[in-house]
Every structure is written in structure tokens, then in C-alpha cells.
Design a binder for this molecule. Structure first.
Ligand code: ASP
Length: 439
């Protein structure tokens, strides 16, 4: 059995936690390869090393005191090495990083040094080889992951090694320059290593005991989800359940490798299993989880006989394409359609221009804009098995006095998306949770 483990920022935040991670790795001989994040927060208003590095980079770009900003990074890593009492010359590695950051002047390179340093120290602590993601993870020119080449390179790098530490979060472009994934991307790095190692299990170690059925900031102490499918995970994490990066399943999905979310601080807790279709067994629950996001804008279009006007939708979408704007959903009626778009894409006057262009292109009878819309996704394979799920859902929402602004249900019946006014969002989540998870 091969297990690949990824440890997130809180699991790497100080020397004691480095030791905790080492104990977890040493406690199971199947745990062969590990991918690490940069040190995260140690307490509430602490800074993540990645954020300290971004600030250092900003200082460098602005011609400010980069070295002073980098001192904070220095202190974090020297502190960790001191705490674990490792004979490792961290100062010279930090000096080298500082020189390289100044020479490269690249935001991604600077940010990547958090994972690089974490991985080097962890490799020292475990006394196993360090594998630099710069040499093994490859991106295409356009920024997408070159998965074939990456899997081959990682495979080659780990061949013949019983254990190894790989740095998370970054890789290299074809020209050798370092590029990072988006924030939280070490989850993707872990999945890549799991795939390349032909792992039986990808353990993702974090600071919570698995996925919760809804946001604990909204509902106190929500139920843990013991198991969910890749598809359910994708829906929930896309819609804001942020235990795992939303792209982390792609590398493992084709190889049917299950992911287990575990808590570094409570290693005996069961966690959550994320399973490929072939291993997934129906849990008996109608709804697996609820997630949601705020700050969407709806552009509502109405035009008589829209249904008969061939190419209407295509022309609307071609305007979006021109602006390089992606949409989330397009619920439609006979003579109506709504575009639901992440509001941040419409800032800085873009919304007004976009609406003017849409008006000119398709000449709707009415165009209206609703802002501050929240979307809530109710997700679960069980919904297609149980008649009356949407009746329960909407009765619960209605009973809480919330007006539903939009409904979208995929034909797979895996999810129902409900749009409500931003100010009603939390009330809606509570009502839906109570309906499907309340005693
Ligand atoms: N350190 C990076 C971040 O803070 C990547 C990661 O932790 O996964 O986003």
C-alpha cells in the first residue's frame, strides 16, 4: 500500500507542528511521500509565510526595503529549525533565497520559496530526500498544467526512493521560470504526486476533521460528512467549501485514487473520504452537503419571442467572450434569460459597458441588473433517489421568509442551486441545514 500525504499551512506553522507531521509520517510505513505547504498561521492574527513573501515581493517591486520585509520570513524559518533542534544551516539557504528573489524579481518565484524552505527542512527532519517541484512539475506556456510530462517527471524523481518530501504549490514553465498554482495549490501538488506514485490513498492533512455539511461560521457544529464522491466534492468545493482546492481531484480522478481528509491535530479522528464513482456507496442521506458564495450579479434579459430567435444566446455569449468574462449559470425561460456572473469580474465600470453592448447586440425589451445575489448549492447523489427533495428544500426556504431569486438544477440531479439576496444568505443556509440535517 502506498499513501501520499499532503500537509497544509497550519500543520507546518511551527517547530512543534513539524514534529507532529514527522510523527504522523513515521507512524505508518505506508506513508511514503509527502508534499508540504509553507508555514501558515500559528494564531488568529498571525501571517501566513506565503503572504509575508507576497509583501516582500511588493516591497521589491516598489523599490522599498525588501530585506526588511524578508526578515519576517527569515525569523519564521530560523525559529522552526531552532525549535526542532535540527543541524541544518538555514541561514545559508535563506541567504541564497534572498539573493535569488532579488535576481528573479518574479512574484511566483518569491511566493514559492515558502514551500521550498518548508520541504527542505522537513526532508532534513525526516532524513529523506528532497524533491524540488521546479524540476518535476511542468506547466504549458498558457499556464495550464502539463500533466503528462509532470507525472512522468515525478515518477522518475521518486523511482527507487522509499520516502521523499516534495515541495507543494509550484512548478516551472517551459522556459524554466517558476510558476505557482492559485492559492491553496499544494492540494493539487499532493494529488499530482499521488497520481505519479500510483498511490492507493491520497491523505490530505489539514486542521479540521473532514468536510462539514455546511459552513461552521453559519451553523454551529454542523455534521461531518463521512464520505462523498468526487463529483459531490467538486460541486461543494467550487461553491465555497474550502477544505480542499477545487482542482485537486483532477490528477487523482482518472486513476481512481481516493482522497482522505485528516486532521493533523486530532489524527485519530476519522475524517472524510472522497471516493471515485466505483468505490462510492450511497450513504442513505438525501443531501450530502450545502455550500455557497456571495457577491454575484444577475443580468436579466427579456425579449418577446426570444425562444424563436435563433442565435440569441450565442450573440449574448459572444459579448461575454469579447470581455473575457465567464458566467456561472444561465437559467432561462421562454422569453427570458439571466446571466449570473461573479461580481468581481464586473468592477471598474465593466458592468455598464457590458450591459450597453448586450443591449446593442441583441436588443432586448428589458435588461435589468440585480446585484449582491448569493448562490447556495445543495449537493447530493441522494437527491435523485428521493422524490420530493425540491419540495422540502423550497418549503424550508419559504418558511424562513426568504424570497428565492433564481433556481438552477442540473439534469444529473446532483445539485440544486438557489439564488437569494445577499442579506438572506445565512438565514437560507440555516433553514436548509435544519431541514436536511436537523434531528
Ligand atoms: N502556501 C500557499 C498558500 O498559502 C499554497 C498552499 O498552502 O497550498 O496559498
Amino acid at each position: 500500500m502506498i499513501k501520499v500525504c499532503k500537509f497544509g499551512g497550519t500543520s507546518m506553522s511551527d517547530g512543534m507542528n513539524f514534529r507532529r507531521v514527522a510523527d504522523i509520517m513515521n507512524g505508518d510505513p505506508d506513508r511514503r511521500f509527502l508534499v508540504v505547504s509553507a508555514p501558515g498561521k500559528r494564531f488568529g492574527n498571525d501571517s501566513k509565510v506565503t503572504d509575508l513573501l507576497y509583501s516582500a515581493h511588493d516591497a521589491l517591486e516598489a523599490g522599498g526595503d525588501f530585506r526588511a520585509a524578508f526578515t519576517k520570513v527569515r525569523d519564521r524559518f530560523s525559529g522552526i529549525v531552532r525549535e526542532i533542534g535540527l543541524a541544518f544551516n538555514i541561514d545559508s539557504v535563506l541567504d541564497e533565497c534572498e539573493r535569488e528573489i532579488e535576481a528573479e524579481k518574479s512574484r511566483d518565484f518569491t511566493a514559492s520559496r515558502g514551500e521550498y524552505l518548508s520541504a527542505r527542512i522537513m526532508a532534513g527532519l525526516l532524513n529523506v530526500p528532497f524533491i524540488d517541484a521546479r524540476d518535476t512539475v511542468r506547466f504549458f506556456e498558457d499556464g495550464r498544467l502539463n500533466d503528462k510530462e509532470t507525472f512522468a517527471l515525478v515518477k522518475k524523481a521518486i523511482r527507487g526512493k522509499r520516502r521523499a518530501v516534495v515541495s507543494g504549490f509550484y512548478g516551472a514553465c517551459p522556459n524554466g521560470k517558476v510558476k505557482t498554482f492559485s492559492r491553496g495549490g499544494s492540494d493539487v501538488s499532493g494529488a499530482i504526486v499521488a497520481r505519479a506514485a500510483g498511490a492507493d490513498l491520497y491523505e490530505n492533512w489539514t486542521d479540521v476533521s473532514g468536510f462539514l455539511a455546511c459552513d461552521p461560521r453559519i451553523v454551529e457544529n454542523p455534521a461531518r460528512i463521512p464520505a462523498l464522491s468526487y463529483q459531490e466534492l467538486r460541486e461543494l468545493s467550487y461553491m465555497g467549501a474550502n477544505v480542499l482546492h477545487s482542482e485537486a481531484i483532477f490528477p487523482v480522478r482518472e486513476a481512481n485514487i481516493p482522497i482522505r481528509i485528516k486532521n493533523t491535530f486530532r489524527p485519530d479522528d476519522e475524517g472524510t473520504d472522497i471516493l471515485p464513482a466505483e468505490k462510492y456507496r450511497f450513504t442513505g442521506k438525501t443531501v450530502t452537503g450545502i455550500a455557497g458564495k456571495r457577491h454575484f450579479t444577475v443580468i436579466y434579459l427579456e425579449k418577446s419571442l426570444m425562444n424563436a430567435e435563433i442565435g440569441f444566446t450565442q450573440r449574448v455569449l459572444s459579448v461575454l467572450l469579447e470581455y473575457g468574462i465567464s458566467f456561472e449559470h444561465i437559467p432561462s425561460g421562454i422569453d427570458t434569460m439571466s446571466l449570473i456572473i461573479d461580481s468581481s469580474l464586473l468592477d471598474g465600470g465593466v458592468l455598464a459597458k457590458l450591459c450597453a453592448d448586450i443591449k446593442q447586440t441583441v436588443r432586448p425589451d428589458h435588461l435589468r441588473v440585480f446585484d449582491d445575489i448569493a448562490l447556495l448549492a445543495v449537493v447530493g447523489h441522494g437527491m435523485s433517489r428521493n422524490v420530493g427533495t425540491s419540495a422540502r428544500l423550497f418549503s424550508a426556504i419559504a418558511a424562513s421568509g426568504v424570497n428565492v431569486r433564481m433556481i438552477d438544477q442540473g439534469s444529473s440531479e446532483l445539485n440544486i442551486i438557489v439564488g437569494v439576496d445577499g442579506e438572506d444568505y445565512e438565514r437560507t443556509v440555516r433553514a436548509v441545514y435544519r431541514e436536511f440535517f436537523g434531528e
